[in-house]
Design a protein around this ligand. Structure first.
Ligand code: 5GP
Ligand code: MG
Length: 175
């Protein structure tokens, strides 16, 4: 596997994002809603860089993977839906790919009465967005390759890697 972003690079960038978020919200209570499971590592690192009144909630959603390559509708797990009424929400995800996941969840948070909804991602893939969504905070822009590590998985493997790497072809084909 080729390392794309080293542990040191990620840690430095997460610190910067924390400073930026702190400055933007400036003493206002913030609710960070992390999209399971890929954003867990980012969540743990990022919240320790933010000195604000802070609440954490988790959200679970997955797109139905059909026979086609286009993502199907997003299935939201109602058991996880956090109470965000009247709160400033920052939605946190590992990676912005097509944009379907975050765009749907932004709408969902607004429907649930959030005061404001912003988005933060560790990674954003070049040339993949089909839904227009400009993340408010973005760690790194990366080329269109399948990446793992720092929360991102391949069949639930590799989430624990402290860096982000491009998965080899032979991994994806079972070799
Ligand atoms: P979107 O709804 O933006 O198309 O997809 C976002 C989700 O797709 C992410 O939360 C992540 O679970 C998955 N995803 C997209 N690209 C990658 C990738 O390169 N590696 C991994 N591990 N997951 C990805
Ligand atoms: Mg995933």
């Amino acid at each position: 596997m080729d390392v794309l972003l080293s542990e040191a690079q990620i840690q430095e960038r997460v610190r910067q994002l924390g400073r930026q978020i702190e400055a933007d919200y400036l003493g206002r209570p913030l609710t960070i809603v992390a999209v399971l499971t890929g954003s867990l590592i980012l969540l743990a690192d990022l919240i320790r860089q933010i000195q604000l009144p802070l609440r954490v909630a988790l959200h679970q959603a997955s797109s139905y993977k059909g026979a086609t390559t286009t993502a199907g509708p997003l299935a939201i797990n109602e058991a996880f839906v956090p109470d965000v009424a009247g709160r400033d929400v920052l939605l946190l995800d590992d990676i912005l790919d097509t944009g379907h996941t975050l765009a749907t969840l932004v709408e969902h948070m607004a429907e649930r009465g959030a005061l404001s909804v912003k988005t933060a991602v560790l990674l954003r893939k070049i040339g993949r967005q089909v839904v227009h969504l400009e993340p408010d905070y973005c760690g790194f822009t990366i080329p269109d390759a399948f990446v793992v590590g720092y929360g991102l998985d391949f069949n639930d493997d590799f989430r624990h890697l402290p860096y982000v790497a491009v998965l080899d072809e032979d991994h994806t084909t079972g070799g």
